[in-house]
Design a protein around this ligand. Structure first.
Ligand SMILES: [Zn+2]
Length: 461
């Protein structure tokens, strides 16, 4: 009798187990069927890898147009494999990669050479080792080939194959592919501790920070930080996250009946707000590179009639319009410059910068306020915005007597948070929201340590 072809075998499978008969299996029969199907699959997988490897060997790039893939009009063995099998390029690459490591070689003398991972090859061909485990094993050990002694590598391979096939003296239970991946990485780190360096080099190449397209009013951020970078950013956040304690101005008695005074923001929201202060502070430092001669600031355009009545604005480089609240805050801290544009779009008149605190004014305000004026907020002066206490639209001057430091968040929410600020003889005073302080007392506010020291010395020790 002729031996059956692969097609014969494929046709015979439904006679052994058909998809429609699975529902009628007992629990035990189902579990047995799953194991048997997997064993069948392992044999098929091993042949998939071997045939893919042969395809690759006949499609070497050095063979040029004489290569098999080229003759079939494909750029690579991977493409030809995809066209033949309809698998994804990733699956094709996985088979081809495993084939390279498990295909017996030929020496220059013509003698047969064992595969790079000959124990893996043998276990695959015997149908005892699955492709997932084989990939997990070889991916971890392959980089060691040029770095550790072949005997040590061979021992590691043998141990891992035994663990994966349940033939290890330590355990007769086959380890899953995920377990093999972990065990293999331990072997790798043990055999070649210096090899972790290339991992770091890889991470170095992969480091990234990306901002995606805006969706629902938010710009998604993704990427991967090097551990040391993450450490620095984390320290920065930790330094300015507000403690969960009550604002510092309350006395102990006042604190006693405020048992749940907290920053209303989540830690994630606070980290966002901390991040917003960093570019502003950098833009103000003299060392910041300029964009076309100006410090990198955000340019927002808004129609003159919308500016005071509350209309949308448009920021350079941001797709969606900015709300009136955002425009108001940006104008309050960043100033404006009027540009008169004619009906034909021509610039008719360029006004001078208005409502914009100068650097010397800002320095003076910083000396007086020392940081965000809201009690309990720890954002430093360098990251704060200057807020017009009386809005410019209501005749408030751009003068230190009308400008105070607020962090981005407290500036954004100053009209809605319940905190109030007023100027008395050039000194800012704050009033806490009623839920925090029912006496509604105005208190002198400053974070400036010099101002605090002066106050202390006036009162005496
Ligand atoms: Zn603040």
């Amino acid at each position: 009798m002729n031996s059956p072809t692969l097609t014969d075998l494929a046709k015979a499978i439904p006679t052994a187990l058909s998809a429609t008969s699975v529902g009628g299996l007992s629990d035990e029969a189902l579990l047995l069927a799953i194991r048997e199907v997997e064993e069948l699959g392992r044999h098929v997988d091993a042949l998939r890898v071997v045939t893919a490897g042969e395809l690759a060997a006949r499609s070497r790039t050095e063979d040029g147009p004489a290569g098999l893939a080229a003759r079939k009009g494909c750029r690579s063995a991977n493409e030809l494999l995809q066209r033949l099998t309809q698998v994804s390029s990733a699956t094709a690459a996985s088979r081809l990669g495993l084939a390279v490591l498990t295909r017996p070689g030929t020496a220059l003398s013509g003698a047969a050479m064992p595969a790079k991972f000959d124990h893996v090859r043998a276990a695959l061909e015997a149908g005892e080792l699955g492709v997932d485990a084989a990939v997990a094993l070889t991916r971890n050990l392959a980089p060691l080939q040029v770095r550790v002694h072949p005997d040590a590598l061979d021992a590691a391979e043998q141990e891992l194959v035994a663990a994966a096939t349940g033939t290890s003296p330590d355990s007769s239970v086959s380890a899953s592919a995920d377990e093999i991946r972990i065990q293999a990485s331990v072997w790798r780190a043990t055999l070649d501790p210096d090899g972790l360096e290339p991992d770091e080099a890889h991470a170095m190449a992969k480091r990234s920070f990306r901002m995606g397209p805006e969706r629902n009013g938010l710009v998604p951020v993704s990427g991967g930080l090097l551990p040391e970078a993450a450490g620095r950013v984390k320290r920065l956040f930790d330094a300015y996250l507000t403690p969960t304690t009550a604002p510092a101005f309350l006395s102990d008695e006042e604190l006693a009946d405020k048992n749940a005074v907290r920053d209303p923001r989540t830690k994630d929201q606070q980290r966002h707000d901390i991040l917003i202060g960093v570019p502003d502070a950098m833009a103000r430092s003299g060392d910041t590179p300029t964009v076309g001669g100006a410090a990198p600031t955000v340019l927002v355009t808004v129609r003159a009639e919308d500016l005071d009545s509350g209309g949308a604005g448009y920021a350079d480089g941001v797709e969606s319009p900015l709300s009136p609240t955002t425009v108001k805050q940006l104008v309050c801290s960043g100033g404006t410059q009027k540009v008169l544009i004619g009906r034909n779009g021509r610039i008719l008149k360029l006004g001078s910068a208005e409502r914009c605190f100068t650097a010397p004014q800002r320095r003076a305000i910083t000396a007086r306020d020392g940081g965000c004026l809201i009690p309990g907020c720890s954002i430093p002066a360098g990251w704060c915005e200057v807020h017009h206490v009386t809005p410019a639209a209501e005749g408030g001057l751009t003068h230190p007597d009308n400008g105070v430091l607020l962090c981005w968040f407290h500036h954004r929410t100053i009209d809605t948070s319940g905190w109030a600020i007023r100027m008395r003889a050039g000194s800012p005073e704050v009033q806490a929201p009623p839920w925090l302080d029912h006496t509604r007392r105005w208190r002198l506010a400053t974070k400036s340590r010099t101002a605090l020291a002066a106050r202390v010395s006036r009162h005496g020790p």
